[in-house]
Design a protein around this ligand. Sequence first.
Ligand code: NAD
Length: 408
Amino acid sequence: MSQTPSNIQRAAVIGAGTMGRGIVMCLANAGVAVQWVDNNPQMLEQALTSVADTYAHSVRQGRIDQAEADDRIARVTTAPDYAAIRDVDLVIEAVYENLELKQKIFRELDALLKPEAILASNTSALDIDTIAAVTRRPQQVLGLHFFSPAHIMKLLEIVRGAQTAPAVLEAALALGKRMGKVSIVAGNCPGFIGNRMLRTYTHEARKMLLEGAFPHQVDAALQGFGFAMGPFRMYDVVGVDLEWRARQLSGTGQDAPQFQVDNRLCEAGRFGQKSGNGYYHYEPGSRQAEHDPQVDALVLQVSEDLGFHRREIGPEEVLERCLLALVNEGAKILEEGIAGSAHDIDLVYLNGYGFPADKGGPMAWADQQGLADVHQRLVALETRQGDHWRPARLIGELAAGGKGFADK
Ligand code: NAD
């Protein structure tokens, strides 16, 4: 195997969208020279201006001085093509979430870049091994999953492919440290640690809308527990349409009952904050989520159309279902070795998903409840709600031994 650069000095970022912009700043802030590529030159121009604006804002706020801002900006240059970035130590790809597109880019990069260069993808959920498989250097390929906004969010999921070399993981961990990130190594599975757990949590939140709750009630319960924002406010921030478009593209999931509220919102052009309406209403120029009775009416209509008999759902049930969904999936992730420890899962949730710090993370919270108790509550949910609540094997085993996740 070629010598992996242990100290990354030069990097390239492919894609100048939301994530590319933040990632470029993370690298420049850490003293890494960055070359930036986007197949849309206008996008690249806009992105450079936006990075310069962000640094100017930091100077005005007194967070960095002008000389530091100038140094950081000077580290960022644009590149016309992949031939121009052939000598970099690391490439981070942040283009659209599309497997074929990412594979095409990795194939081209593999052909042009020096053999020891590391190729990383910022994919949120795609299979790192399938991307690595199109290269001749799968040992040099990994996921570097940043969170939005990348230059602010502390979390970095470092996704280990089946063939990723230990030295490549070490280099990524060292870079994460230089960027000031909380870096967590995750195994390769759909959604890795954070988004895989999030899927089960939002599944419950959405189901409760059909069964009797309204978005503001679900959010209020979780925010009352201490989450930075509830799932529906979160969808408004990231864009309700992202998953809707992904379902349309992949042709899967669109008919599932729990997505029908999202579908109707998107069909009505309610994409979230960016369109002024989503699960909430936003006054022009404001990010303040305002309760919108039209959304409640839409939720009522959807659940009636689907034949649900609505019932009162209190904050206790919201917490029970959303938190235990996280815990049960977290346990499976631990059991499968996708996460190295329960503490790693907690760090993902504390630093990337707004889980309340004083509760220590979902797995620490479960340990505080006692796993025997958690197990019983999951069995009760399984009886009431169905198979998807079957407790993870690990929970039963730890509970039987009087242990917690922290003992694993
Ligand atoms: P975006 O749509 O904002 O930006 C994508 C950029 O890629 C655009 O500038 C586009 O011009 C460019 N691009 C497309 N095809 C290209 C090509 N062939 N060569 C070079 N550039 C090309 O997307 P985003 O939100 O920044 O997401 C990028 C990636 O990061 C996706 O894989 C996404 O799943 C992942 N991600 C997104 C978030 C988020 O919150 N937005 C969070 C974590 C990870």
